[in-house]
Design a protein around this ligand. Structure first.
Ligand SMILES: [Ca+2]
Length: 335
């Protein structure tokens, strides 16, 4: 298998809004398919489709009720097959979201788990008795509040790192691991080239569910992760494209130039990755080869920071001088 994804520029498509083929006001798979030539002309290597699976929509499709089907508002499995075939004919890879940290509370597994505490599907989730009249531990939901919801009929709590409608799966359970092997195989057999794994960093919880010594950490981690994502040029281009004309930073006309810059920078195509020391409120990482090192600095705080020394390659702010403005990012080639 080739490791095409290591240097690929992937265009994220939010399925609901990208292109509506039938005029019902909701983006859909046939709409994306019709615009594949436009995406090829942007010179990207592939696309990433956000979740299009049947879902009640508690978290924009990141609450999946059926992992191996297409939500009717977005199309059908046949539409997906046609999209993949056309993309491949144009030389575009197709990656799709897989959401393995949690299911929808409407997934049949969770319905079974709630309906009967003795049902084997209950072991796919994390149900625990409370402690001292409260939840099993002090973990917070990324969306705010406790990461536990009380299931009154059984007298136990269930874990959800996100919304209560997104119960977490127990990845220590081999059945869950086998379930997702089957799900990945289903889509690979349909020709999908790869997956973007949602919440990949959070699948395996501490088996002992020990308390977090830093209360409230989940919400802060999320804030920083979002800003770090925006620091990647491939993502930055898409983010900036959505800004209205006349807004600050890059716009659609700058995207091909940003992609060309990325392809021409050896350190970004095949360099290693390392975090660097950085002041509080900032993130700095480097990618480099023996000949070249580029550094990305992200300022997530409200104060301006000194720019790294070197040649300024790309910035999210037009006015960057010697300081990195609040809520901005730069790429710098080190001398
Ligand atoms: Ca539509």
């Amino acid at each position: 298998m080739t490791e095409w994804y290591r240097s690929a520029v992937v265009y994220e498509i939010y399925v609901r809004s990208f292109a509506d083929s039938n005029g019902d006001g909701v983006g859909d798979l046939p709409g994306i398919r019709a615009r594949l030539p436009y995406l090829r002309d942007l010179d990207v290597d592939g696309i990433w489709l956000t979740p299009f699976f049947p879902s009640p929509g508690a978290d924009h499709g990141y609450d999946v009720a059926d992992y191996v089907d297409v939500d009717p508002q977005f199309g059908t499995l046949a539409d997906l097959d046609a999209l993949v075939a056309d993309a491949h004919a144009l030389g575009l890879r197709v990656t799709i979201d897989v959401v393995p940290n949690h299911t929808s509370s409407e997934h049949p597994w969770f319905r079974n788990a709630l309906a009967d505490p003795a049902h084997p599907d209950r072991a796919r989730y994390v149900f625990r008795p409370g402690r001292n009249g409260g939840p099993p531990n002090n973990w917070d939901s990324v969306f705010g509040g406790p990461a536990w919801t009380f299931d009154e009929p059984s007298g136990e709590y269930y874990l959800h790192l996100f919304a209560p409608e997104q119960p977490d799966l127990d990845w220590h359970n081999p059945q869950v691991q086998a379930d997702f092997e089957d799900i990945l195989r289903f889509w690979l057999d349909r020709g999908v080239d790869g997956f973007r794994i949602d919440v990949a960093h959070g699948l395996f919880k501490d088996r002992l569910l020990r308390p977090d010594p830093v209360a409230g950490r989940a919400a802060r981690l999320r804030l920083h992760r979002r800003d770090a994502l925006a620091a990647d040029p491939g993502v930055l281009g898409e983010r900036e494209r959505r800004r209205p004309a006349g807004g600050r930073g890059l716009d659609a006309r700058a995207l091909p130039a940003a992609l060309a810059w990325r392809r021409g920078t050896e350190a970004l195509r095949c360099g290693g990755f390392a975090w660097r020391e950085s002041p509080p409120g900032s993130l700095v990482f480097a990618r480099g080869t023996a000949d070249e090192t580029v550094v990305c600095a992200v300022n997530v705080e409200a104060v301006a920071l000194d720019l790294p020394e070197g040649e300024l390659l790309l910035t999210s702010e037009a006015e960057t001088a010697d300081l990195l403005p609040p809520n901005s990012a730069v790429w710098v080639r080190l001398p």
